[in-house]
Every structure is written in C-alpha cells, then in structure tokens.
Design a protein around this ligand. Structure first.
Ligand SMILES: [Zn+2]
Length: 396
C-alpha cells in the first residue's frame, strides 16, 4: 500500500469513530466521549508492540499512553494528539462518514486533530517497519478534553510520567509553532431582585447591572489591553461570548450571566489577570447601589513560548529541513495542550498537517498530501532524536 492509501485507511477509521467532547454531559452515548476512540487506539498500538495504558481522567474518558521502548531508553519523546473533537451536529457534510474528494478527506476531526494523529501513528509505524525499533523511547499519547479545558493534558504529566520533550499534533500547515496564546474563561453573574414588571422600581434588574459590566469590558478593559503586546503574538484580548438572563418579559430579572474569553500572552499569569478583573468589578460595585456579582473561572490554558533555538525546535527544524527542504517557524493566537505541558516542565512545540482555518468548520477537511508529508517528518524526527548530540536534562 502507498502512504496515501495508508493515510486514507487510518484517518477514515479515526473519523468514523466519533469522539465529540461531551462538555458537562454525563451520558456518553456516541457521538459523545473519547472512550471508543481510546479503545481503538489501544488495540492498534498493542498490535504494534507498544505497552499501552488507558488512564481515566473523567469517568468513561481516558488518556491513552502507548510506550515503545527505545534502543536508548534514557531518552524519551512524546508525540501527543488530543482525542476529542468539537460537535458534528451543525455540519453541512455527514460528520462521521469520511469522504475523499479532490485530494482531501472530509469529516469532523479530520483536521483537528485526527489528521495530525494519523500522521504521528504512521510515522511511528514507518520507523518500526524500516528500522525494527525506536532509537529512543517514544510515547504516543492521546489525551481527552483538549477542547474544553484540557483536563486530560493536565492529568497526564506527573512525577511518574514526564517525557524529556514533546511534539503536540495540531494543524499548523507543516510549520513549527513555538508560541501560542493562553486562554482564561470566566463566567460573571449579577444578582438582582425579581418583582412583577408592572412595578420595576421595587426590584433590582440583574440585566441592567450586567449591561454596566459589559460596558466596562467593552469601553475600559478591552482598550486597556491594547498596550499589552508580545513581539510575535500581538495583543492580549478580551471578548464576551455568551449572555443569559431573565425568565420572561413580565418579570424583573433576578439573574444574568455572561461568559468571557480572555486571551493571554506569555508572561501573564492567571492570578494577576483574574485579580485585575476583580479590581475593575469592585470599583464598579462601589459606584452602583445594591450591585451584587460573582465571578467564576471556567477554563484555563496556559500561554507558551519556547525559543526557536531550543532543543525541541532544533530537532523539529532538522526533520523539516530534511523532508520538506526548509523549516518554517510560526506562532498561534489559539491555545492548545502545549501550554499545559510546557507549564508542567515538558519542553514542547506544535507541528502537524492541515490548517487551523479548517478546524471546527461546517465542512472540516484535511489535504491528504500534507498528512503524507507529516508522516515523513514525524518519522525523521524520531530518527533525529536518536542521533541528536544535545538533549534536555531530565527534570527531577
Ligand atoms: Zn486541536
């Protein structure tokens, strides 16, 4: 079989097995939950000779950790691709019936991030077939819940499991992504007093109070962030994405909630960003009679940045140069598991086939030619790890 046939066969198998992030839902019937995909990966990886562990992070939602022992087991490389995808219900194509047209494979997850995952798996397969074994210990890892807070990535790294370096498979157009923004999401709730709308002066309107919060964010907080610039990633940003409030038009609303997304730059901490928001809200509270609110953190992804001269970047660049003729470095305004791993002490970069422009879209697809090239790059990366003169000192 050609690499193209292998890519189509494996990627189709991954897309046909839905793994939609269930968010808060407890009922994990398909298409929800990463369990079935984790099982599929475990069966395949065991057949390839890996030692495979499934570790439940949330009931029914495991991380997959597959270990291929290397000729030099003192070095370890992790290739990681998250197992969850976003919803398929709003797509204009059948989400879980992969279709190949004009050199592309269509379906939910084909680009984010089952295409990169298939390329990692086939890169590992290539080295096993051609070299007989791995030059260094290689972990293929698939974590759950990347799309809704990265609980899988957070639960993965511990004193018992800390690979020397990692490559996170995300659609980066075959460029090496060495920095990405962080994301902090909050909900803010204002509390009012519900009364009949015929006598609104006797109640406290939670929606009116929330309007003041939104105005504060739009007029003061967002412009205030424009001065915070990173030379590669640009500005920190803030956006209100969800609002819910009130029950019916003849009742003064007792409650209103918004959800906010704050994009963070390397160097900003979750604590200082949250504190700055609290200070603003407290000042607002002091200026409005009977103003009551609470703020709650929903999700957090750490920002990350590694130098293009770091060991993971240099290894990745060597592999790209050998396979693609050149290495290109990029940065991303989105967040991914790489920030979580880096914060937990694992040096890492992001690399993969496909474009983030196709991620989460109504007709998600990936260019098969890019997946084939990524197979070559990942295989070359594994080999480079075996001959690299420099290697990160293990963290103890
Ligand atoms: Zn992704």
């Amino acid at each position: 079989m050609s690499t193209r046939d292998d890519v189509i066969a494996l990627l189709s198998e991954l897309v046909v097995c839905p793994s939609v992030n269930p968010s808060d839902r407890k009922d994990l019937q398909p298409p929800y939950g990463e369990g079935p995909l984790a099982e599929l990966l475990a069966v395949r990886l065991r057949a390839w000779g890996a030692e495979v562990t499934l570790r439940e992070v949330v009931p029914g939602r495991p991380n997959v950790i597959a270990r291929f022992e290397g000729a030099d087991p003192s070095r370890s490389l992790m290739l990681e691709a998250h197992s969850d995808t976003v919803q398929g219900s709003d797509m204009t194509i059948p989400p879980f019936e992969p279709a190949v047209r004009a050199g592309r494979l269509y379906g939910r997850g084909s680009c984010d991030t089952k295409g990169p995952m298939a390329a990692m798996l086939l890169g590992i397969r290539r080295v096993l077939d051609e070299d007989g074994r791995m030059p260094v210990t290689v972990y293929f890892v698939s974590t759950c819940d990347e799309e809704q807070g990265a609980r899988g990535a957070r639960a993965l790294i511990s004193k018992d499991f800390r690979p020397d370096l990692a490559v996170v498979g995300e659609p980066t157009d075959l460029a090496i992504c060495h920095a990405h923004k962080g994301t902090l999401r909050w909900s803010i709730r204002t509390h009012g007093v519900a009364v009949h709308s015929s006598a609104p002066q006797r109640g406290v309107n939670a929606i009116y109070h929330m309007a003041r919060v939104i105005e504060l964010i739009e007029r003061e907080v967002a412009p205030g962030l424009r001065g915070k610039r990173h030379p590669l990633l640009g500005e920190a940003t803030i956006s209100v994405g969800v609002i819910r409030g009130g029950t019916q038009s003849n009742v003064v609303p007792a409650e209103c909630t918004i959800e906010i997304d704050r994009r963070m730059l390397p160097g900003e901490s979750r604590e200082e960003v949250t504190e700055a928001m609290r200070v603003r809200l407290e000042a607002l509270k002091a200026s409005i009679p009977i103003f009551s609110y609470d703020i709650e953190a929903l999700q957090y992804y750490e920002p990350m940045e590694v130098s293009t001269d770091s060991i993971p970047c240099r290894l990745m660049a060597e592999a790209c140069t050998r396979v693609l003729g050149a290495a290109q470095f990029v940065t991303a305004p989105w967040s991914a598991n790489a920030g979580v791993f880096a914060a937990l002490g694992v040096p890492c970069v992001l690399f993969g086939p496909g474009s983030i422009k196709q991620a989460h879209t109504k007709d998600e697809f990936i260019e098969l030619g890019e997946v084939e090239k990524a197979v070559d790059v990942y295989a070359e990366l594994i080999r480079q790890c075996g001959v690299a003169r420099e290697w990160p000192a293990p963290i103890t």
